[in-house]
Design a binder for this molecule. Structure first.
Ligand SMILES: *Cc1c(COP(=O)(O)O)cnc(C)c1O
Length: 394
């Protein structure tokens, strides 16, 4: 079965070119890159090349690239490192719309007696930079703001935020998992101290990520053990994954402009088509500053999960922004932070496209969705504008 896959912010297909690049290192070349023998040494050389390639696509030095297992590990390492390196500073600043890789860690840190400021967003999901500036204190160890939101695609003014933090002398980390490959990022010009990315969001496989740490940034490792990654991340390197990630980043970088134009045209066609054919539907987020591949659309009076189940029967994969999949009545934390009205927030669907999305994929959604929504609205329990009692706290 070949699904119509419009869930690329959850994960992406591994590009065929990337599979080809990594296969020899899953098969024949299984040596340990740290070994003294030339069989491992060959892999070590490839690893070095991959690191140089990743650094070149990001505009940083190879020594500033730490390979990790995923975006979550990179985010966790960045924040925990800042706290460990500045033990006297017990405060951090982040936003209410971060991915759980940052938000759940922040909640966990509050239980460990750290203080966290969660910056609010407006109805379009935008931050108030003056509020951000005011939130920085003498004891702020780190500010962490995502580059682009995974649910709505909203792009934050990270260059400005990074400059602001630099001027105030506070460490700044950005979760750029959704941005790398879709937004032009040049670390020679972007004054962030740390940046996280993840392979499986940009057509590399799962199980590999990067934490960029700018030279001179105080750093404390999260994983302690062997001397890999210059003692900053223990564990035998995921060589095939790293080689794949380098290939995927190169591919994305070389085609970014053309791909963004193509993906955005399809996304806009999908969005315009849905808004025109489904009454009471609105787009969530900041339409001006948005990833070219993402469209979060809210349908009044319907449940996102019900829409997804019906779309699934037509082979269409999308996502609802819901915080949990157990039929919770709580809409996603991102839409709640934006104050999306209850009757809309519940029926929000995220469509996220990729370079592999075709016009036929978009057409199938446009043919299918209006019928799905009107069927569900006929049986909707949410006709009243007052929210039913929420009984799930997940
Ligand atoms: C997917 C995602 C993550 C987590 O990345 P993993 O590699 O799955 O751990 C973090 N932040 C954002 C914005 C994401 O979309």
């Amino acid at each position: 079965m070949n699904p119509v896959y419009l869930d690329n912010n959850a994960t992406t297909m591994v590009a065929p070119e990337v599979v080809e690049a990594m296969l020899p290192y899953l098969g024949h070349w299984y040596g340990n890159p740290s070994s003294m023998h030339s069989f491992g040494g060959h892999v070590g050389t490839k690893l070095k090349e991959a690191r140089a390639d990743v650094a070149a696509t990001l505009g940083c030095k190879p020594e500033e690239v730490i390979f990790t297992s995923c975006g979550s590990e990179s985010d966790n390492t960045a924040i925990l490192s800042a706290l460990a390196a500045n033990p006297e500073k017990r405060h951090l600043v982040t936003t209410r719309v971060e991915h759980p890789a940052v938000l759940s860690l922040a909640k966990h840190l509050e239980e460990k007696d750290y203080e966290v400021t969660y910056l609010a967003v407006d109805e379009k999901g935008r931050l108030d930079l003056e509020e951000l500036a005011r939130s920085i204190r003498r004891d702020t160890a780190i500010v962490s703001v995502m580059y682009a939101n995974n649910e709505t695609g909203t792009i934050f003014p990270v260059p400005e935020i990074a400059a602001l933090c630099k001027a105030r002398g506070v460490l700044f980390h950005t979760d750029a998992v959704q941005a790398v490959g879709k937004v032009d990022i040049d670390l020679t010009k972007l004054p962030v101290d740390m940046l996280a990315l993840s392979g499986h969001k940009l057509h590399a496989p799962k199980g590999v990520g990067v934490l960029f740490v700018r030279q001179g940034t105080p750093f404390r490792p999260f994983l302690i053990g062997g001397h890999q990654e210059r003692g900053r991340r223990a564990g035998t390197e995921n060589t095939a994954g790293i080689i794949a990630l380098a290939a995927a980043m190169k591919l994305a970088r070389e085609n970014i402009a053309a791909e963004n134009t193509q993906v955005k045209a399809l996304r806009d066609r999908l969005e315009t088509g849905i808004l025109a054919s489904v009454p009471d539907s609105i787009v969530n987020g900041d339409l001006e500053h948005r990833l070219p591949n993402t469209s979060s659309i809210a349908f009044k009076y319907v449940e996102g999960e019900a829409i997804l189940l019906m779309l699934d029967q037509f082979g269409i994969c999308a996502s609802s922004g819901s915080a949990c999949t157990s039929g919770s009545l709580e809409p996603s934390h991102v839409l709640r932070a934006m104050g999306v009205p209850f009757t809309f927030a519940h029926g929000s669907i995220r469509f996220s496209l990729s370079r592999y999305t075709s016009e036929a994929d978009v057409d199938l959604v446009l043919e299918t969705l209006p019928g799905v929504i009107s069927t569900l609205r006929r049986m909707s329990p949410f006709r009243e504008d007052s929210p039913p009692k929420a009984n799930c706290t997940c």
